[in-house]
Design a protein around this ligand. Structure first.
Ligand code: GLU
Ligand code: ZN
Length: 297
C-alpha cells in the first residue's frame, strides 16, 4: 500500500510528551504501511497560534530525529478556505449563529461528553450584523466508520453536536473545517491521532464529503473527490490520576526536558514506558522506538 499520512500539531504551545507519542504513532504507521509523511502546522486558530511555537515544532522534531517528506503551514492557504466557504454559502449550507457561549450552554442539550448539541436556533435568521460564528448544515445521517484499533462506530454528527462552526466568532477558521480541507487537498490517505479527537471523526467524514461534493466542479480549487482515509486513534499517556496530559495542566514541554539535560533517547524511552508500550524507561534510539510501536499496530 502507499499513500500519505500527516502529523498535525497546533502551535498553541510547546510540544509535550503527548505530542511525542502521537508523532511516534504516525511515523510507525508510515513505516508499517509504507507512507509518505506530511508535517502540517495547524495554525487555524490565529488567536492562539504563535510564531515561537511554530519554530519550536521544527526544532523539536529535528532534535528528536523525525524526518518528513513535505510540510505546510495552514495560514499560508487561508484564501482557499475562504473560497470553499464561498462555495458552501452559495449552496445555502452555511449560516451565521449569534448565540453567546452562555446561550449555547443553557439553550441546548449537552452530550455525555459535555458537548453542546446545537439545535439550529439561528438557522434561517441571517443576523450577519452581530458578532457571529458560521455553522455548516449537517445532514441528520448516521456515519458508519471503522477505526483500525478500536473497531466499528455508528455515529450521527447531527445528534452528537448538531450543525457545528466552521468559522468562530473571532473570525478564525475552526479545526474541523481546516482539517477537512487540508486532508482533502493534501491527499491524506491515513489519519493517525490521539483518541481524544475520535469524536471528531464522524463530523469530519460528513464535512469532507460535503466540501468535496460542492467544490469538485470548480477546477481552480483543486479539491479532489473524497475518498475516506484509514483511521487509527491511539491511546494517550495518562497521569497517575488517569487524566490525559495536556499543556494546559502540568505536562512538561519537550524543550524544558531538553534544557534540563535529558537526551532524545532518554525522552523516547520514557514516553514509551509512560504509554505502557515498554516495560522499562530505558533510553531508545528513534528507529527502535518507532519499531516498538509498529509491533502494536
Ligand atoms: N491539530 C490537532 C492537535 O494538535 C490534531 C489534528 C488531527 O490530527 O486531526 O490536537
Ligand atoms: Zn445560534
Amino acid at each position: 500500500m502507499s499513500g500519505t499520512i500527516r502529523f498535525a500539531p497546533s502551535p498553541t504551545g510547546f510540544l509535550h510528551e503527548g505530542h511525542l507519542l502521537s508523532a511516534l504513532y504516525v511515523w510507525a504507521a508510515a513505516k508499517k504501511w509504507d507512507l509518505k509523511i506530511h508535517l502540517r502546522i495547524e495554525d487555524h486558530d490565529q488567536g492562539r497560534a504563535r510564531k515561537e511555537y511554530i519554530d519550536s515544532i521544527y526544532e523539536d522534531l529535528e532534535w528528536l530525529g523525525f524526518k518528513y517528506d513535505s510540510q505546510s503551514v495552514q495560514s499560508n492557504h487561508f484564501d482557499l478556505f475562504q473560497k470553499v466557504l464561498d462555495k458552501l454559502s452559495e449552496k445555502g449550507l452555511v449560516y451565521p449563529c449569534t448565540c453567546s457561549r452562555k446561550q449555547l450552554l443553557t439553550e441546548n442539550p449537552i452530550s455525555e461528553t459535555g458537548e453542546v448539541i446545537y439545535q439550529g436556533k439561528c438557522l434561517g435568521e441571517l443576523k450577519n450584523d452581530q458578532p457571529h460564528s458560521l455553522r455548516i448544515v449537517i445532514p441528520d445521517k448516521v456515519i458508519d466508520w471503522h477505526d483500525e484499533r478500536l473497531g466499528d462506530f455508528r455515529e450521527n454528527p447531527k445528534k452528537q453536536c448538531g450543525d457545528f462552526p466552521i468559522r468562530n466568532r473571532d473570525g478564525f477558521w475552526t479545526y474541523q473545517f481546516a482539517v477537512c480541507i487540508d486532508d482533502l487537498v493534501q491527499g491524506i490517505t491515513h489519519i493517525v491521532r490521539g483518541e481524544d479527537i475520535r469524536n471528531s471523526t464522524a463530523r469530519q467524514i460528513a464535512l469532507s464529503g460535503i466540501i468535496s461534493e460542492v467544490c469538485t466542479g470548480d477546477a481552480s480549487l483543486q479539491i479532489p473527490t473524497y475518498k475516506r482515509p484509514l483511521y487509527l486513534h491511539h491511546p494517550l499517556i495518562v497521569d497517575p490520576n488517569g487524566k490525559k496530559l495536556s499543556k494546559r495542566e502540568h505536562a512538561h514541554s519537550l524543550r524544558q526536558e531538553k534544557e534540563a539535560g535529558i537526551s532524545a533517547e532518554q525522552l523516547l524511552g520514557r514516553v514509551l514506558y509512560k504509554a505502557k508500550i515498554t516495560p522499562t524507561p530505558s533510553p531508545l534510539p528513534l528507529e527502535a522506538a518507532i519499531g516498538q510501536i509498529v509491533r502494536t499496530l
